[in-house]
Design a protein around this ligand. Structure first.
Ligand SMILES: Cc1cc2nc3c(=O)[nH]c(=O)nc-3n(C[C@H](O)[C@H](O)[C@H](O)COP(=O)(O)OP(=O)(O)OC[C@H]3O[C@@H](n4cnc5c(N)ncnc54)[C@H](O)[C@@H]3O)c2cc1C
Length: 359
């Protein structure tokens, strides 16, 4: 039996498991590597630096993350501007290589004594009197395991919370139509963002020679544009001012569609369980804050759950307030950012983003 079982080994789950193990808990980390069909090309804002340092993960920062030199943006005007970050202008950030990041975490986790079960999916969860019974599938075989507390770090699927009947509130229906494609040689460490009447585009380097090109729009607009199809998606990309210049001539494949909207759980924490990262709250990628928030909430979730298992459930309210503050700040910033663009306010994509909305 484990003190804490963490479901999901993304940034939130890895930090939660590490924090609990460093505090002396017997921790199990379960992960079903649902490899994304495309590298979304995450970038980290400057705030990620102090967060990683505070978590004692300096090594990850120093050796594993390439710096992001510039953000080129065609946002409020039709010409290109250069700045150092997207939502804020407090210096440069980093380009995240998820595989290298995960490898760096794996070393930290094993030296902290975390038991890691890879290729294991959490299928269901049952509360017994003072424990959880977790139903897993490990390499196609069913298995059960017990733990005193559970952390849901399963990303947007929020598997634990959903199994416990917690609902998810959606802020929008944003999706990404993404494609990894050869990029032009310059601009390895440059993120480029461009507004369009129907949404916005970004491109950033992923692995060597490749960039991800992403169209972000609402699912109904994507359908109306027929932009799941290669021909329409490339026609829209060809019409952009700055993004199109970053794509090298090569065979034109069709994009992969991923959910990208803002959403959060209606309840972040309950008796002996807690949600962290995207499972608790997910953001519009324009904010570039998903990974940093996953790291912070992973840490806070572990501390709160450990306190509860130690007989102090007061941490639940504190954690809820912490997440509600993040949500309020994010929402204000998101509206400010979309409102700052006067070019398309009457277009459906932009007019939907002029006020707060929770569906
Ligand atoms: C298009 C796009 C662009 C983005 N750009 C940025 C950016 O520039 N900067 C940024 O900070 N963020 C960005 N994000 C957001 C960022 O990817 C997420 O916020 C971040 O990955 C959240 O981390 P997490 O640990 O909460 O969840 P995840 O990284 O999703 O990890 C969840 C883990 O749980 C595992 N899992 C799921 N279900 C189960 C199960 N049943 N059993 C066991 N394991 C399970 C998954 O396999 C995965 O390993 C972007 C997102 C998108 C869609």
């Amino acid at each position: 039996m484990f003190d804490i079982a963490v479901a999901g080994a993304g940034p939130a789950g890895a930090v939660a498991a590490l924090t609990a193990a460093r505090a002396g808990a017997h921790v199990l980390l379960i992960d079903e590597p649902t490899y994304r069909r495309v590298d979304v090309g995450e970038t980290l804002p400057p705030l990620a630096g102090p967060v990683l340092r505070a978590l004692g993960l300096n090594a990850l920062l120093e050796s594993d993350l390439p710096r992001l030199d510039t953000v080129q943006s065609v946002w409020t005007e039709t010409q290109t501007n250069e700045r150092s970050s997207l939502f804020n202008a407090r210096g440069a950030g980093w380009r995240l290589n998820r595989r290298r990041f995960a490898r760096g975490f794996a070393e930290e986790l094993s030296s902290a004594g975390v038991t890691i079960w890879e290729n294991s999916a959490l299928l269901d969860i049952e509360a017994t009197r003072s424990q959880w019974l977790l139903h897993l599938r490990i390499s196609n075989a069913p298995q059960e395991v017990r733990a005193l507390g559970v952390i849901d770090a399963t990303g947007r699927s929020a598997k634990v919370a959903r199994k416990l009947g917690v609902t998810r509130v959606r802020r929008d229906r944003l999706v990404g139509a993404l494609l990894e494609h050869p990029g032009i040689e310059i601009a390895e460490n440059m993120l480029c963002v461009e507004a369009a009447s129907y949404g916005w585009w970004y491109t950033v380097a992923t692995r060597s020679g490749s960039r991800v090109f992403g169209l972000l729009t609402d699912d109904d607009i994507l359908r109306a544009l027929d932009a799941r199809a290669a021909l329409s998606w490339w026609r829209l990309l060809d019409d952009t001012a700055a993004i199109a210049r970053m794509a090298a001539p090569a065979l034109r494949h069709k994009p992969v569609i991923v959910p990208a909207g803002g959403s959060r759980l209606s309840q972040f924490v309950g008796p002996r369980w807690i949600a962290a990262g995207d499972a608790a709250i997910a953001f519009d990628p324009l904010s570039s804050q998903g990974v940093t928030t996953a790291l912070m909430t992973g840490y806070r979730a572990a501390v709160s759950l450990l306190r509860e298992l130690d007989g102090q459930p007061s941490g639940r309210e504190e954690y809820t307030n912490f997440l509600l503050r993040i949500d309020a700040d994010y929402q204000a910033e998101r509206i400010r950012h979309y409102r700052a663009n006067p070019r398309f306010v009457t277009e459906p994509f932009w007019s939907r983003r002029q006020t707060d909305s929770l569906a």
